[in-house]
Ligand binder design. Structure first.
Ligand SMILES: [Mg+2]
Length: 363
């Protein structure tokens, strides 16, 4: 018997437009897949391409999923899962689409076994994952108000978008500093604050920005992708050392284009399911990074609930205790998709942590 894949699409709005250094997000498309075999057990997965960010258009993702469905229809379901996944990677290299099928296979496997995916991946998995509150490149007033709400909900870690440009196209460092200072004022001195510039600056611009952002009244703890490109990272690290600017550095987009760059300056690498092609490839990337002495963090590309659940299971299996960028579901307005909204209610952070789902499969 072959495996049958069905595809549905949802266009989901953001509760409020989310400005970043690479554009403003106001809606996104989620591709949901259901994979079923002769036993009738259904596995669900999700593709969450974000064309303006990762270059994978909705049309590209849809075409890849259609091609994968055709391939699955020819595959003997009794073949081992890893052989099935090998055949699928020969069909397309579209990572969000492959990730959706990988998730559905893990979900199906968990449902068949009656166990959560995290228990399939590791004998000792975490029960909850710490997450940070993500704040977009909004005004200082809005950032402070969002941070205050998040503090009241129990968050102690924050990620704030920086690297935005003013109306004249020049970097708006004053705006960045004001936004982060407002978060610090609302969250208090003990909160953990990371900024994410999405590689917006040159090395010199990044050093100047981080000098101000680590200063009095702002005092960030960490920065994500302050520069872009593997050549820039060693220069950034050397310049920060020379200037005695101390903070944790995460590499994000650069590591996707140049995986070898993870050993050229960062302390942490950010991995995303939608870009690695699924739980399996993500665990390989994570383990190899850890062996290279680089810590691992997982984050979402504003994934839907199935993508967030899959990342939680992977993080639980990897035993990652640092706050991760997986608390992003509340940015989405799921009122037009009641099924997704119901799934999302099971993943709401409490006191800055999301419980890893304990039922069979992903969620
Ligand atoms: Mg990032």
């Amino acid at each position: 018997m072959a495996l049958t894949l069905t595809l549905t699409e949802h266009v989901v709005g953001f509760r409020a437009p989310l400005p970043t250094s690479w554009g403003v997000l106001d809606r996104r498309r989620l591709f949901l897949v259901e994979l079923v075999g002769s036993d009738g057990v259904v596995g669900r997965g999700e593709a969450a391409p974000l064309g303006a960010y990762d270059g994978v258009s909705d049309d590209t993702c849809r075409a890849a999923l259609t091609a994968l469905a055709a391939e699955l229809a020819t595959i003997d379901e009794s073949e081992p899962g890893h052989l099935i996944l090998d055949r699928l990677t020969a069909v397309t290299d579209c990572a969000p689409a492959l990730s959706a099928i990988d998730m559905a296979m893990w979900d199906r496997g968990g449902r068949r076994e009656g166990r959560p995916v995290s228990a399939l991946l590791a004998s000792t998995a975490l029960e909850a994952i710490a997450v940070h509150k993500t704040i977009g490149g909004v005004s200082a007033g809005d950032a402070g108000a969002t941070a205050a709400e998040a503090v009241a909900a129990g968050f102690t870690a924050f990620k704030v978008k920086v690297g935005l440009r003013g109306d004249n196209g020049a970097p708006d460092l004053d705006g960045d500093v004001a936004r982060v200072a407002a978060v610090r004022a609302a969250a208090g001195p003990d909160a953990r604050i990371k900024v994410d510039a999405n590689g917006a600056g040159s090395v010199d611009e990044a050093v100047e920005a981080l000098r101000r952002l680590t200063g009095r009244g702002v005092a960030i703890d960490a920065a994500e992708e302050p520069v872009s490109g593997g050549d820039a990272w060693p220069h950034l690290r050397a310049a920060l050392n020379a200037a005695k600017i101390v903070l944790e550095l995460s590499i994000d987009e650069t590591a996707d284009r140049e995986p070898g760059a993870i050993t050229r300056g960062p302390d942490v690498v950010e991995l995303k399911l939608a870009r690695t092609g699924g739980i399996g490839p993500l665990l390989v990337r994570a383990s190899l990074a850890q062996i290279a002495g680089v810590q691992v963090a997982l984050s979402s590309t504003f994934d839907g609930p199935l993508g967030i659940a899959a990342a939680l299971h992977a993080a639980a299996a990897l035993g990652i205790e640092r706050p991760l960028g997986l608390g992003t579901l509340d940015a989405l307005d799921l009122s037009g998709a009641p099924d997704l909204a119901e799934l999302a209610t099971r993943l709401e952070p409490v006191d800055g942590r999301i419980m890893v789902p304990t039922g069979p499969g992903l969620l």
